[in-house]
Each structure stands twice: as structure tokens, then as C-alpha cells.
Design a protein around this ligand. Structure first.
Ligand SMILES: *Cc1c(COP(=O)(O)O)cnc(C)c1O
Length: 392
């Protein structure tokens, strides 16, 4: 079937075209300065992102993945330590934990928001751990749980009040994977990245604030920890060539920072456009009478959902996806295999139904195009085509 309308999952060209002249100018400035690594553009961006998130400090890093790894390293997480996190996330969340030598402990998600469930975390702790002398010890592995690592998936903050309560009760540090959630906020208005010890952001091009390559940021409120993150970002050398700790090369470069500074000015407008698109979908799906086939995403009352993804839960997901692809509508599955079921984590010994909601979400969800520049005609075509699939 041929049709004139195409709806890619993401198309960044419109955004670039609108900012082309401004961006070319700052790229020229950086080239003229020949100052490429860290430097004034990075420092300025760090201040702006920290302010945007309501935190005291920002530390620009090479990617969202490196933000997570650096945060874990700065908190001294390693062999014998355990990190309680969600299995329903991009691989980097669990990958960073394993790479620093710690053991990921996967707890299930809330089926409505897809975020780490505080109830599941409490249940896992009650079942698998013993809290003695201020330490949360795994009865089977002997490891000590040191970090709680919630992910603010798709652009909505996890249920942080109970999660922070659990962390306080069991003496856990908190690292937030806020890669998909820059500017999203909780019901008290506090922003993603500002709750825990360290908030981790990604500037991967498909994120709401995307660079022209890889980039990321750690944010935090503790001056000492901020300094430690900054030092470990450059191999732990302080002063240069004198190493009291082992860090890595986690630096952000000036070209990315310069581009991001320009884009940051537009982020709230883009977020508003994403929210408008989500509202359009919600109403159009409701009017299409598909309630028994399609569940639209739930933005909790009082939260600011920034819709990095608009993810529906559907019947016959794979058939629907093929049908949409054939009609020029881009979709994606985030994520088909939850981390507790990944082959590389088989040594952890999880069965698929140890986190049943994560397994189900991996089987039933589908991300639809939501980027700001979509037209109402494109959005309507998506809903109409989904409707046709279920009527055919
Ligand atoms: C994108 C993403 C990351 C990793 O960010 P990169 O910049 O691609 O390294 C980590 N966690 C989540 C949830 C993400 O979506």
C-alpha cells in the first residue's frame, strides 16, 4: 500500500534547520578558538544544566553511560557491592553497574508507569537481605547493597518519595538514571536528577536535549562529591599527573557543549510540543474507540512528563508494528528483552518471571513517533492506521 504520508519515529532535520545559522556560528567560534576539550563552553553548560535541574553542580561527561559509570565509581562502588535497579531500561543502566564490578539486583516495575516499583524493591529487600549494623547484606551472595538506581523512564520521574524513604532506611546512596528525563518533575515540582546523590543525563541525539554526537552530565548537590566527579572525569589526576584515585577519560567536548547551549534555550518549547502531541494522541485514541486494544501512557497527576517516548501497550504488538512499518510509520520497542533476561546477565540467575511486569512490558509495548515537529496530520494518520489494523 502506497501513501503520501510518512511518519518517521524521529526526524531531527526540522529542529536543525530552524537553528542552523545559530549553530554554525558557535561551531565556528569553537573552531577558531581550537579549544576542544572541556573549557569555557563546557563550564557554562554545566552551570546552565545544574540550574535547569535545580541542583548545585553539573559535571559534563562523555555520554549518559559514562555519567552512570562515573557516578558509581565516585561513590566507590565495586566488587562485593550490589546495586538495586530496574531491569526495564536501556542496557547502560545495568551495564554500568556490572562494569564497575558490582552486582545488579533487578526489581520489577510498576505496570502503569514502567518505572521501578517501590513495592517490588521493599519485597526484594525483605526476602533477600538482612539489615544489620547499618548494612544491607544479601543473605545468599554476602554482597552489600549500597546504591538504589531508579530510572526515570520515557520522561516521567519514578516514584521518588517512597524510593528515597527506602534508601534512607537502608543506608543506600541514590543514583538517578535521568537519561530520558531532563526537565521532568515529580509531584512536588522537584526535577529529575535532583533527588539522589547523583543524577545522570544523556545528550545522545535522540534524547530531548540531543548533541551532535555523544555527551552526558552528572548533577549533584554535594560540593565534595562534585569535586570528586570532576577529578575522576580526568583519570583522577589532581593536580594533573598526580593520581590519588583511579578515574577515566569521561570528558565532554566544547563543540557538543556549544551546540547544547543553543538547544537548551528551546528545550521547554520542545517539551511543550511533545506534551501537545501526547495530548492529541490520547484524545484521538480515546475517540477511536480502541480502549480495549490500546492503553495510552499515563502521565501521573502533578508530574511533568516530558515524553522522550510515547509508549502504548497493545494487543498483537508485533503484527501491529509490521502493519505500521508497511504504512510508513516508524515505531520502536523499548525494550524487547529486560535486563534480567539478557544473556550476559545469565550469571545472576534470574528467571523471566522474577520480574513479570518487565517481561510483559517487553512483549506488549510499542513507542510511537512523538518528536516536537510532527504535524497533526501525521499524528492523526498514526491513530487512524492503528485503528485500521484492529478493524481489519
Ligand atoms: C540513553 C540512555 C542511557 C545512555 O546514554 P548514552 O548517552 O547513550 O550513553 C542510559 N540510560 C537510559 C535510560 C537511556 O535512555
Amino acid at each position: 500500500m502506497k501513501t503520501a504520508i510518512t511518519v518517521p519515529l524521529l526526524d531531527l532535520k526540522g529542529q536543525y534547520n530552524a537553528l542552523r545559522e545559530e549553530i554554525k556560528k558557535v561551531i565556528d567560534e569553537v573552531c577558531d578558538s581550537q579549544y576542544f576539550i572541556l573549557g569555557p563552553h563546557v563550564q557554562k553548560l554545566e552551570e546552565q544544566i545544574a540550574a535547569y535541574c535545580g541542583t548545585g553542580y553539573g559535571i559534563g561527561v562523555s555520554s549518559g553511560t559514562d555519567a552512570l559509570l562515573l557516578a558509581l565509581m565516585a561513590l566507590d562502588i565495586g566488587s562485593g557491592d550490589e546495586v538495586i535497579t530496574s531491569p526495564y531500561t536501556f542496557f547502560a543502566t545495568g551495564g554500568a553497574v556490572a562494569r564497575c564490578g558490582a552486582r545488579p539486583v533487578y526489581c520489577d516495575i510498576d505496570p502503569t508507569t514502567y518505572n521501578l516499583s517501590p513495592v517490588a524493591v521493599e519485597a526484594t529487600i525483605a526476602k533477600q537481605y538482612e539489615f544489620t549494623k547499618g548494612r544491607l547484606i544479601n543473605k545468599k551472595t554476602g554482597g552489600i547493597a549500597k546504591v538504589l538506581l531508579p530510572v526515570h523512564l520515557y520522561g516521567q520521574v519514578a516514584d521518588m518519595d517512597p524510593l528515597m524513604g527506602i534508601a534512607a532506611k537502608y543506608n543506600l546512596n541514590v543514583i538517578e538514571d535521568a537519561a530520558q528525563a531532563i526537565g521532568s518533575s515529580y509531584n512536588d515540582g522537584r526535577r529529575a536528577g535532583s533527588f539522589g546523590d547523583v543524577g545522570c543525563f544523556s545528550f545522545f541525539p535522540s534524547k530531548n536535549l540531543g548533541a551532535f554526537g555523544d555527551g552526558g552530565m552528572c548533577v549533584c548537590n554535594d560540593e565534595v562529591l562534585a569535586e570528586r566527579l570532576r577529578i575522576m572525569r580526568v583519570h583522577g589526576g589532581e593536580p594533573k599527573y598526580f593520581h590519588s584515585v583511579i578515574g577515566g577519560n569521561f570528558r565532554l567536548d566544547a563543540l557538543q557543549a556549544a551546540v547544547l547551549q543553543i538547544k537548551l534555550k528551546h528545550l521547554d518549547d520542545w517539551t511543550a510540543a511533545r506534551q501537545k502531541n501526547a495530548a492529541f494522541y490520547n484524545i484521538a485514541f480515546a475517540n477511536a474507540g480502541l480502549a480495549d486494544k490500546v492503553s495510552t501512557p499515563v502521565a501521573l497527576q502533578g508530574y511533568r512528563h516530558i515524553y522522550n517516548q510515547y509508549v502504548i501497550r497493545v494487543q498483537q504488538r508485533d503484527e501491529l508494528r509490521t502493519y505500521l512499518t508497511e504504512r510508513n510509520i516508524g515505531t520502536e520497542i523499548y525494550y524487547p528483552v529486560p535486563l534480567h533476561m539478557q544473556q550476559c546477565f545469565s550469571y545472576l540467575g534470574y528467571a523471566p518471571d522474577d520480574c513479570p511486569e518487565s517481561r510483559l512490558a517487553g512483549e506488549q509495548t510499542l513507542a510511537l513517533p512523538i518528536y516536537p515537529e510532527l504535524t497533526e496530520q501525521q499524528l492523526a494518520y498514526v491513530v487512524e492506521t492503528v485503528g485500521k489494523f484492529y478493524k481489519s
